[in-house]
Structures are given as C-alpha cells and as structure tokens.
Design a binder for this molecule. Structure first.
Ligand code: C2E
Ligand code: CA
Ligand code: CA
Length: 394
C-alpha cells in the first residue's frame, strides 16, 4: 500500500477586535484555500499553541493588548509566523511596527491600511511563500562551547579579515576594518556572529579583544614595512570599555610594534555604550588622549544615540547598514542617512556608510557628501594578503 502524504491546508489567523471585519477577511482567506480562523481577543490568542500557524493577519490597534505587544510575544516564543500588518493608523505606525517585527527576525509579507481593498488582500495572501511552521525547524545556530573558544583564542585559531573603506570624495583607500574569523581545524571558517556572544557570556571577550588588537597592530606594522601604511579599525565589546587598563595596554602594544596610535580606530556599537557610563567615559577619554580614534558603530539603531555623541569623544560615526541598504526604497531610511551625515559634519566627525552594495548607492552618497564608504560594492572582507593586492590596484 502506498501512503500518500497529504499537504494540510496552511493555517491563517485573523486577529482583530472588529469581529465583523475579521469574519469578512476569514471568508476571503478561506476562499483562497487557507484554513482561516478569526480571533477577536489578543489575550486569548496568545494563550493558544501557535506552532502550527503559518500566517497572522494582525490588527495593530486593539484595546486590551495592542499589536506591538503581540509581535513581541510571538518573537519571545520564537514562533515562525509570517505577518500581515493591518492598521487604521497612518502609514508611519505600520512602518515602525514592520521595523520592530523585522528586528525580531519575523517576516512581514505586507503592511496594509484599513479599509483593505479585498483584491489587494487576496493578492498578498497569494504571494506568501510558505515555510514549515515552528515545530520542526530548529533555528538555533551552531553553538560553540566556552572551552572550545578559549582553546581557539590561545592556539592561534583566530584570524583577521579586512574590509576596505574608501574615501568617496577622493576615491582613495581610507582604511580597513578588521573583522575576526575563527579558522576551526574541522569546521572551517566561522563567522563572528557564531562566537562573539559566546565570548561575551563566558568572560572570554577580554582575551578575544586582546588577541584581535594584537593581530591588528602586528598586521599594521607588517604592511607598513611593505610600504603600505593604513588605518585599521577594530571592534570592541561593552565589557572591554569598562576595563580600565585597556588604554594603557593598547598604548604599550602599539609602542612595542612602533605603530602610531592614529593608525588604530576603536569601534564600538551604540548599544555597548550603555550602563556604566562613568567607567566608560574614563576609558574612552583616555583612549582619545593617547591618540587612538573612536568610532560609534551601527549608529541609529541603539538607544539615546544623541546623548552618546554629546558625552563621549567620538571621532567617527558609522551609519548602520540597515539604513544604507534600504535608502533607495524607503524614504525614512533616506532621511535618517541624510540627518546622520549632517550631524556628523556639524560635529566634525568622519562619516562612514556601511553596507554599500551598489554603485547607485555609492553615487548617491557621493552626492550627499558622505566621507567614507564600506561594503560589498567595493569589496567583501578578505584575508590580509588579498587586501594588500586589492590596495595596490586601488
Ligand atoms: P560590524 O562591526 O557592523 O561589521 C560589519 C559586518 O557587515 C561584517 O560582518 C561585514 O562582513 C558585513 N558587511 C560589510 N559590508 C557589507 C555589505 O555591503 N552588505 C552586507 N550584507 N554586509 C556587509 P561580519 O564580519 O560577519 O561581522 C559581524 C559582526 O561581528 C560585526 O559587525 C561586529 O559587530 C562583530 N565583530 C567582528 N569582528 C569582531 C571583533 O574582533 N570583536 C568584536 N567584539 N566583535 C566583532
Ligand atoms: Ca564594526
Ligand atoms: Ca556596523
């Protein structure tokens, strides 16, 4: 006997406190082949097991619990549900709810303003690509143990890749960003998103950063000896900037290799600059006083960006790549990029646009007087010797 596996109808929920409206949408969705269910109460909805749900048509404005809270709850429970956002509010609310969902890695198929034209609703439903729901998709990335990572740091398994930064106005190389990789003896090249958090959680980030700084300074010296004098940016984590002896350690290291302090830029993300501000300002100021440059990374995505700029002595501002990548399609991203450039200029900082993937975006940034570009359009991060060859041609 042959068993035929029948594909069950995909499940779609409509969550809207307007019962009549919800029922109407259910009718159309059922007509398009969905197992469509209406729910009017978000509290009841969130008590259900939603692991079989493929799509949620979510009304953002409900009295008891609003759509934003529902998005957060879905993210927390790691349900893999595709959202269709609906709101009677203006487009800005929809836009920012969509950002929130995407920041939580939740797919948003469409954002629609009420009243939804039914033809559009049906079109959106037809365009949704179905994924297996939460149950059988392990989304967890491969994790490494602290012991393995500690071993890697000690045994020279960490290496640096370098990504060029080009001065948009002159077309010349402005510097390179060092990005750490783990050359695992069995698993090959491993990217930082798989082990930086392991280091941060297990008190290994200090050792990792020390190793990265050592490799960067050594590389800077080697290149200079080969006639290539460049600036290297290095990433540090939140815990590093409360380590009070970081400035002295770095100074000793650069002196040891006869590398000028102005050849080293320390990048830290906005979200790293939070919490223990007193200790951080102490370290940041002393780094500056010793001649190192300071860059605020992923600018625009963290909290209270402006007050950080006001308090800490940053010399460079890196606009987060999310805004750069979206600026052609998304007017709000474009506005943010413009404001960041203006802000940086007025504060006398270098402005770096990260995530420049096309010539079109590069040219627009040129027109906007942005200083520096970094991204796949110019080059991906590459090993030191390849970077050296790349720089020769540039
Ligand atoms: P980041 O500092 O924001 O680095 C930029 C990331 O964007 C890099 O990923 C780079 O490969 C990627 N990227 C550059 N241009 C483009 C582009 O045009 N398009 C796209 N889609 N991506 C682009 P990578 O190397 O995987 O690094 C990820 C993150 O890991 C870094 O983000 C940084 O936060 C962290 N990281 C890397 N190296 C270190 C390190 O030595 N120490 C610490 N603490 N963190 C590090
Ligand atoms: Ca960075
Ligand atoms: Ca960045």
């Amino acid at each position: 006997m042959i068993l035929v596996k029948i594909m069950p109808q995909p499940t779609l929920y409509i969550l809207d406190d307007d019962q009549e409206y919800a029922n109407l949408l259910v009718e159309f969705a059922s007509g398009s082949g969905w197992n469509a269910i209406a729910e009017y109460d978000p509290v009841v909805f969130l008590e259900k097991d939603l692991s079989d749900v493929h799509v949620l048509v979510l009304d953002l404005n409900m009295p008891e619990l609003d759509g934003i809270e529902v998005i957060r709850a879905i993210a927390e429970k790691k349900y893999k549900i595709t959202l269709v956002l609906v709101s009677g509010f203006d487009a800005r609310v929809l836009h920012s709810a969509q950002q929130l969902a995407e920041a939580h890695h939740i797919k948003v198929a469409a954002s629609l303003t009420k009243p939804i034209p039914i033809s559009e609703f049906v079109k959106v439903l037809a365009s949704i690509e179905l994924e297996e729901p939460s149950k059988d998709t392990p989304v967890e990335k491969e994790k490494f143990s602290a012991i393995e990572l500690e071993h890697a740091i000690k045994n020279d398994e960490l290496i640096l890749y370098f990504q060029p930064q080009v001065n948009i106005q002159t077309g010349k190389l402005a510097g390179v960003e060092a990005l750490v990789r783990w050359l695992h003896p069995e698993k090959g090249l491993i990217f930082p998103d798989q082990f930086i958090n392991v280091a941060e959680k297990n008190n290994l980030i200090g050792a990792l950063t020390e190793r990265v700084l050592y490799l960067a300074v050594k590389q800077n010296k080697k290149w200079r000896d080969e006639g290539f004098n460049t600036i290297i940016s290095v990433n540090i984590s939140a815990d590093d900037i409360i380590s009070l002896n970081l400035p002295e350690k770095l100074k000793t290291l650069t002196e040891q290799y006869d590398v000028e302090a102005r050849n080293i830029v320390i990048e830290l993300t906005e979200s790293a600059v939070m919490g223990e501000l007193t200790a951080q300002l102490d370290v940041l100021n002393r780094l500056r006083m010793k001649g190192f440059s300071l860059s605020i990374d992923d600018f625009g995505t963290g909290y209270s960006s402006l007050s950080h700029l006001y308090q800490a002595p940053f010399t460079e501002l890196k606009i987060d790549q999310i805004f750069i990548m979206r600026m052609l399609e998304d007017t709000e991203a474009m506005v943010i990029v413009k404001i960041c450039i203006m802000l940086g200029q007025m504060l006398g900082m270098h402005i770096v646009a990260e995530g420049v993937e096309t010539k079109e975006i590069y040219d627009i940034l040129h027109g906007m007087n942005c200083d520096i570009a970094q991204g796949y359009y110019l080059s991906r991060p590459i090993p030191a010797d390849e970077l050296f060859e790349w720089a020769k041609l540039y």
